[in-house]
Write a protein that binds this ligand. Structure first.
Ligand SMILES: NC(=O)c1ccc[n+]([C@@H]2O[C@H](COP(=O)([O-])OP(=O)(O)OC[C@H]3O[C@@H](n4cnc5c(N)ncnc54)[C@H](O)[C@@H]3O)[C@@H](O)[C@H]2O)c1
Length: 159
């Protein structure tokens, strides 16, 4: 049986590459606030245009798909100190909170969240999740808050 995978941020850089590589092997449902633009193998019926901040719409989509796994790449990823902190907060933290709450509601137990190595202090050896965090800019702060939020989401498996 093929697992159903919901890929948020599917129109972005990593999402479109992931879908382009795995769409034949995996059962992928794409979700993004913007239309897909990189990959050509995209199936229209498997794409959902939705802003993660629209909780009701997101809930309906997740209810309809009933995914086994959510790969969460939907985020404001570019670091720009001119962008207001509140925009980052809404788009990244609030959106992730919405997703996790809906996952809890529908008992979706597997979340793969893409963090970034830049939250850690630089070192020559391979980084580990136990390494110390380096607070520096909005993106890193966001990622650290998201990591903390995930701890509230018990009995789940993360990659
Ligand atoms: N690109 C990298 O090298 C890299 C490395 C490490 C971690 N990451 C992380 O992986 C994730 C994806 O990175 P990327 O490079 O593909 O980013 P990207 O900016 O190319 O794509 C992000 C996608 O998310 C969508 N999105 C943003 N906010 C949304 C919302 N509220 N609702 C619905 N869709 C929304 C955007 O429309 C976009 O298509 C980010 O969290 C990023 O920090 C990226």
């Amino acid at each position: 049986m093929k697992y159903k995978i919901l890929l948020t941020g599917s129109s972005g850089y990593i999402g479109s590459c992931f879908n382009g590589i795995f769409h034949k092997k995996l059962n992928i449902y794409c979700l993004d606030q913007t239309k897909p633009n990189f990959f050509s193998n995209f199936k229209k019926k498997n794409f959902f245009k939705c802003n993660l901040l629209n909780k009701k719409k997101l809930e309906n989509i997740i209810y309809k798909i009933k995914p086994d796994i959510i790969i969460h790449l939907g985020a404001q990823s570019t670091v720009n100190e001119k962008i207001k902190w509140s925009n980052y907060y809404r788009n990244n933290i609030k959106a992730t909170k919405n997703l996790i709450e809906i996952m809890n509601k529908f008992n979706v137990r597997k979340l793969i969240f893409s963090s970034t190595a830049s939250v850690y202090r630089a070192k020559k050896k391979k980084l580990s999740e136990k390494d110390k965090n380096k607070k520096k800019n909005k993106k890193k702060k966001n990622k650290m808050i998201k990591k903390k939020k995930k701890r509230y989401f018990k009995n789940s498996k993360y990659s």
